[in-house]
Design a protein around this ligand. Structure first.
Ligand code: IFM
Length: 469
């Protein structure tokens, strides 16, 4: 056991200040002055959640049930045709233009591009390249994520992220995509939310492959970090084309889900447990870039401290996915030694997530001095009525602007999501889209929610020009 590290985390948890509830008051800053030239304002999606017709490790999982009989997907929906974005790029592009967005974060589906080992689907690669090219022509910068939770079946059956071989396979895939799309793409993201993938798939068993094992989970997170380093290297090697002529052919980072872990009480035990959650979930991925080591510690269970070649300095930017806050109470009966909850008096989303815009400001301030540009690669709310999203978007964007004003090098904001889509184990019930997708209409009509206007206002304040529908 690494006692020094354990003592360090415990000490800093006990001495850190409590999180404030609400922002310091001040006048709303003028956006164009606060944010840098070229600030990216966009939306984000992921292939499996929007494209439809995918066949990967989720496809079987969606049909299955947990040992106690509860279905893997809460509302029993299948991703199926999803938003049919695979066939409706024109509609999606029209939505982006209507928003006035100048960026779009999308992912490419490994199982589509490489349906079996070594086989390459040129037609699918052509389509992704055409999308990236069309985005660019429309003045919309594409950010391409290479791995957003799903694995081809043939990778999953070889052990997926429990096997070291997947690191080699993912690096080869990344290099190939970079060669193919590099002429239109400069901004890349290796892996979406390694910490969430670890938690849901290997600690809680809610996602494939349904494991619940702390040691396996930690091993998976370590492997994802190694894969990130190799994938980033492969993309730099294979994408030498500077699509926008800004002198950078490739900028690659990671989309890191950062949460606020608020001790549930002033008890030192709650504070220390929150500190360990923070160290494992939030800080480990940032330290990996700073020190080139994967360091994961859960007292009594996990103790990984390993130097990884290529990891130090492997982020050209830090992507932050921010959704909110958990209150954390010690619970020695739980494998994570804690219980996370949201107090009853808090405003919450349809998924019961704490709406805490101040947290975005705090997270940006926390990571603002790493010397890395920061993109908010995701931020959004499950809001079926669409009535809470405008205030959510405005409050979070204000938090971002406040951090930028105070010197944080924040270079972009991507709202999750462009469209209502397949929300993994929750199915289609939660709605995150700026645009609702009408499943009853034959052409899956995209319908603007009230937050489209909020987004357009922000776009106009940045000098962008939303188009009439
Ligand atoms: O839908 C997900 C996305 O795939 C990853 N980040 C969080 C979103 C909302 O849960």
């Amino acid at each position: 056991m690494n006692l020094r590290r354990i003592a360090k985390i415990a000490f800093s948890s006990l001495t850190s200040r409590p999180y404030p509830e609400s922002p310091a008051q001040g006048s709303a800053p003028a956006l164009a002055d606060a944010l840098p030239q070229g600030f990216l304002l966009g939306t984000a999606t992921a292939s499996h959640q929007v494209e439809g017709g995918n066949d990967n490790d989720w496809t079987d999982w969606e049909r299955g049930a947990h040992p106690d009989g509860t279905p893997h997907i809460k509302d029993r929906t299948l991703s199926g045709a999803a938003c049919d974005s695979w066939n409706r790029f024109d509609d999606d592009l029209a939505c982006m233009k209507m928003l006035g967005a100048n960026a779009y974060r999308m992912s490419v589906e490994w199982s589509r591009l490489e349906p079996s080992e070594g086989a390459w689907n040129e037609a699918a690669a052509d389509r992704y390249l055409a999308w990236a090219t069309r985005l660019r022509e429309a003045g919309i910068t594409p950010m391409v994520t290479l791995h957003h939770f799903t694995l081809p079946r043939w990778v999953a059956t070889q052990g997926g992220w429990m096997s070291d071989r997947t690191i080699d396979l993912a690096a080869a895939f990344a290099g190939r995509v970079a060669r193919r799309l590099g002429g239109a793409v400069d901004l890349w993201c290796t892996i979406n939310e390694p910490n969430v993938l670890m938690t849901m798939g290997y600690l809680k068993g809610i996602w494939p492959p349904g494991m619940r094992d702390q040691r396996i989970a930690a091993g998976v997170l370590a492997r994802l970090m190694k894969a990130h380093a190799r994938m980033a290297g492969a993309v730099h090697e294979n994408d030498k084309k500077d699509a926008d002529g800004d002198g950078h052919a490739t900028r690659i980072g990671i989309a890191h889900h950062v949460r606020i872990f608020q001790p549930a009480s002033r008890s030192p035990v709650d504070k220390v447990v929150s500190g360990f959650m923070d160290a494992l979930f939030n800080q480990a991925l940032v330290d990996a870039h700073l020190h080139g080591r994967v360091q994961l510690t859960v007292p009594g269970a996990v103790d990984i401290d390993e130097a990884v070649p290529g990891l130090a300095g492997s982020y050209d930017y830090l992507g932050i996915n921010y959704y909110g806050r958990d209150h954390v109470a010690a619970d020695l009966g739980d494998p994570s030694l804690s219980r996370q909850f949201v107090p009853e008096d808090r405003p919450v989303s349809d998924l019961g997530w704490d709406i805490y815009p101040e947290g975005l400001y705090l997270v940006l301030k926390r990571y603002g001095s790493l010397g890395l540009p920061i993109y908010v690669t995701e931020n959004g709310i499950a809001d079926r009525s669409g009535m809470s999203r405008p205030a959510f978007l405005r409050a979070h964007f204000d938090a971002l602007v406040r951090a930028a004003r105070e010197g944080v090098p924040v270079r972009g904001y991507f709202h999750w999501s462009l469209l209502d889509n397949f929300e993994w184990a929750e199915g289609f019930e939660p709605r995150f889209g700026l645009f609702r997708v009408d499943d009853d209409s034959p052409d899956k009509k995209r319908i603007a929610t009230p937050a489209v206007e909020t987004f357009q206002e922000i776009a106009r304040q940045l000098g962008l020009k939303p188009e009439a529908p």
